[in-house]
Design a protein around this ligand. Structure first.
Ligand SMILES: Cc1cc2nc3c(=O)[nH]c(=O)nc-3n(C[C@H](O)[C@H](O)[C@H](O)COP(=O)(O)OP(=O)(O)OC[C@H]3O[C@@H](n4cnc5c(N)ncnc54)[C@H](O)[C@@H]3O)c2cc1C
Length: 347
């Protein structure tokens, strides 16, 4: 029997993870990708974090999503022959009594993820931050890190190009598809192209990359912004969230917010940082903060893999497996992310 075939529309991180998942399950995959300004993936910091920093509670389905993510990208590292995963704990300075109590309370409930009294600041070279900020204690988030999204997506693209499965073109409804299934992984660009996806809530984001001599390299720091070591004295800080004006390019307002966050992290002189590069993109966030994964309400072998917001790295591998099973006619879609809710009116 011929292998089932699928057209994936959009090879951002979502379409890429799904395409690779289906291919490994024996599907014949064709990828349509047309670069559009404002895509999320080219600017994604790639961070995964098991907890929510404000509430200090575990993220949605993290106990399943984290091992699925690790297994998926470790297998991809082997298959594509290069590293993508960077395991790095997140640390947060606790500057006020109330903040420390909040952390202690959360760490007692979630000891797997949180340590409210991390003692590794000296070893991690954070003394100067401790002095400058008047740190009382450090909180640590375990099992965090970042995916080299750019390298991963590029490696998959090259693999598909070499296999003749890559189409560098804008896909539209008129495209003849024979018996192939079609998956919409167009990110935010589906919002105006498909009335069922009109309830996407795009969230523009900006971040900045720069060189910082002698910065911390073994941990990521979280204050208003995150500080992410990329290696070889290169760092990334961000990200802003803007729900009103979704500019596909960096804005003066975004740069001002990033600059204020950098001053908070590095001091007025920015600790000698230089060579700044500002970037912007639009996160395809869902109206209820759960991805859209499942059959398209129109049916006809059409599917949706979208709405990943700021959580593409952590959630896409788990949900790609679930969507693949549904496309094969078995398995179970999670009711919170199932696209069935797209055909119900908003309350
Ligand atoms: C500033 C910023 C920081 C972020 N940081 C993180 C982070 O630290 N961790 C994390 O997990 N996530 C992060 N994200 C979110 C992450 O980028 C997304 O969750 C993830 O990339 C999934 O995006 P996507 O593939 O759904 O959409 P996109 O990346 O937007 O991809 C959709 C693709 O479809 C293409 N396309 C659209 N229409 C068509 C068509 N008709 N034909 C062909 N191609 C088409 C577009 O050109 C685009 O390339 C961040 C996002 C931003 C903006």
């Amino acid at each position: 029997m011929d292998s089932p075939s699928v057209v994936i529309v959009g090879a951002g991180l979502a379409g890429t993870v799904l395409g690779r998942t289906l291919q490994k399950r024996g599907w014949s995959v064709q990828i349509f990708q047309h670069n559009k300004p404002g895509s999320a993936t080219p600017v994604a910091a790639g961070l995964w974090n098991p907890i929510n920093f404000f509430r200090l509670t575990p993220g949605w389905r993290v106990e399943e999503a984290l091992p699925a993510m690790r297994d998926f990208f470790e297998a991809e590292e082997k298959d594509l022959g290069q590293p993508f995963l960077n395991h790095r704990p997140y640390v947060q300075p606790l500057l006020h009594h109330e903040h420390r109590i909040h952390w202690q309370d959360a760490a007692s409930k979630h000891p797997r993820w949180l340590d409210a009294d991390w003692q590794g600041a000296g070893k991690a070279g954070l003394e100067r931050f401790e002095r400058a900020w008047g740190v009382r204690a450090w909180g640590l988030v375990r099992e965090a890190g970042w995916l080299d999204v750019e390298a991963y997506v590029r490696a998959c693209c090259l693999r598909w190009q070499s296999q003749g499965q890559w189409v560098d073109a804008h896909w539209n409804e008129e495209y003849p598809r024979g018996h192939a299934h079609v998956v919409d992984a167009r990110g935010v660009f589906a919002q105006h192209a498909d009335r069922f996806l009109a309830r996407l809530k795009p969230a523009q984001g900006e971040l900045v990359e720069f060189t910082l001599p002698n910065g911390p390299s073994s941990v990521m720091i979280k204050r208003d912004l995150f500080l992410q070591p990329l290696g070889q004295d290169r760092y990334r800080a961000g990200a802003t969230f803007e729900w009103q004006e979704c500019s596909p390019v960096p804005t003066a307002q975004g740069q001002a917010k990033l600059r204020a966050g950098l001053v908070q992290l590095l001091g007025e002189d920015l600790s000698g940082a230089y060579d700044f590069e500002y970037k912007a993109g639009i996160r395809p966030a869902a109206h209820d903060r759960r991805p859209y994964v499942g059959a398209h309400p129109h049916g006809n072998q059409r599917w949706v893999f979208n709405g990943f917001g700021a959580k593409g790295v952590l959630l896409a591998p788990l949900l790609a497996g679930e969507l693949a099973a549904a496309m094969e006619g078995h398995g179970h879609l999670n009711p919170e992310s199932d696209t069935k809710r797209l055909s119900r009116p908003l309350c």
